[in-house]
Design a binder for this molecule. Structure first.
Ligand SMILES: [Zn+2]
Length: 320
């Protein structure tokens, strides 16, 4: 009789729940909008109902555990979500206790970016590597560090926040409250913000044409389109982001000496626009002993990365 875990990927936009085997294969899934604006009680009720339905469908005696991937900051050992910019109204929510009480099975909780790093290392682009750093570049920059095959979590489970390394002492304010974070300089939000500033200041750029005068329409995707059309202003925005990404990787190479970087997220789809200046920065700033055997590769797992990470967390019973 096959045994299962239930994986939950609680995102700011979508709530995904899946039944997974120990190969990380998804047997059944349910996806619904998180409706985060309804607040924690409503989201928790729907999360529990969704988990119940999947467990009922195969019988609870076959469910070994439940793994939950959630935006943080959170405490993976106490199973408490401290708060989250993506989940309005969530403050010290004891998610593990609530879900465990509702379904009577062990529940394990992890930070979404950390679990994505774990998933890529165990089942994705980093398979076979025991030391890697994962970054996801989208509206923000998240990530995780795997050292000697284990997630680096720190004392309270708050480690691995690669997007909040300070790169500019007097740089732009970050959403986290700090100044000059990698996220404030190289995320999709940062690229779009700089593009809006340039257009507002009257720069001659295809970005302005594509936005048809509406600053709110400028996002990283639109800047990427302008860059693909050969617009020098847009190309330069990606170049700057790529340089900052390179500086971030230099810091991470000095700290962790990884064998591999895995890069995911929508902004990474800009490809050479970002990665050529990033590689040039590495070569110019850090000795080749660090970078010559340390490839930077795209993430392999796509939208299921959160579910797969949560399933691994459940199978390994939180000992990741
Ligand atoms: Zn920050």
């Amino acid at each position: 009789m096959e045994e299962w875990v239930i994986a939950v990927d609680l995102g700011g936009t979508l709530l995904r729940v899946a039944l997974c085997n120990n190969q990380g294969e998804i047997q059944a899934r349910h996806v619904e909008p998180t409706l985060a604006e309804e607040g924690p009680e409503s989201v928790l009720m729907r999360l529990i109902a969704s988990v119940r339905r999947l467990g009922d469908s195969v019988g609870w005696d076959r469910i070994q555990a439940i793994g939950v991937s959630s935006p943080g900051p959170l405490d993976p050992w106490r199973g408490v979500i401290h708060w989250s910019p993506n989940l309005p109204g969530w403050h010290q929510v004891p998610l593990v206790e609530r879900l465990q009480a509702a379904v009577g099975r062990p529940v394990f909780l992890g930070n979404d970016a950390n679990l994505a790093a774990l998933a890529e290392q165990r089942r994705g682009a980093g398979r076979g590597q025991s030391d890697l750093v994962y970054l996801t570049i989208s509206t923000g920059i998240g990530g995780g560090v795997i050292s000697h095959g284990r997630l680096v979590l720190g004392r309270g489970g708050l480690a691995g926040e690669v997007g909040h390394m300070t790169l500019e002492a007097n740089g732009p304010r970050c959403n986290c409250g700090n100044i000059g974070c990698l996220e404030a300089l190289a995320s999709g939000t940062a690229i779009a913000r700089q593009a809006r500033e340039l257009v507002a200041a009257g720069a001659r750029t295809r970005i302005a044409d594509l936005a048809a005068g509406d600053l709110d329409r400028i996002d990283a995707r639109l800047v990427h389109q302008a860059a693909s059309d050969g617009d020098v202003v847009a190309v330069d925005l990606f170049r700057k982001a790529g340089v900052y990404l390179g500086i971030g990787l230099v810091n991470l190479m000095y700290l962790f000496n990884p064998a591999l970087f895995v890069i995911g997220g929508g902004v990474a789809k800009a490809g050479d626009l970002l990665f050529v200046p990033m590689h040039a920065t590495l070569r110019a700033r850090i000795h080749e002993i660090y970078w010559k055997d340390c490839p930077v590769v795209p993430a392999a797992l796509g939208d299921d990365v959160g579910l797969i990470g949560a399933a691994i967390l459940a199978w390994e019973r939180g000992e990741v």
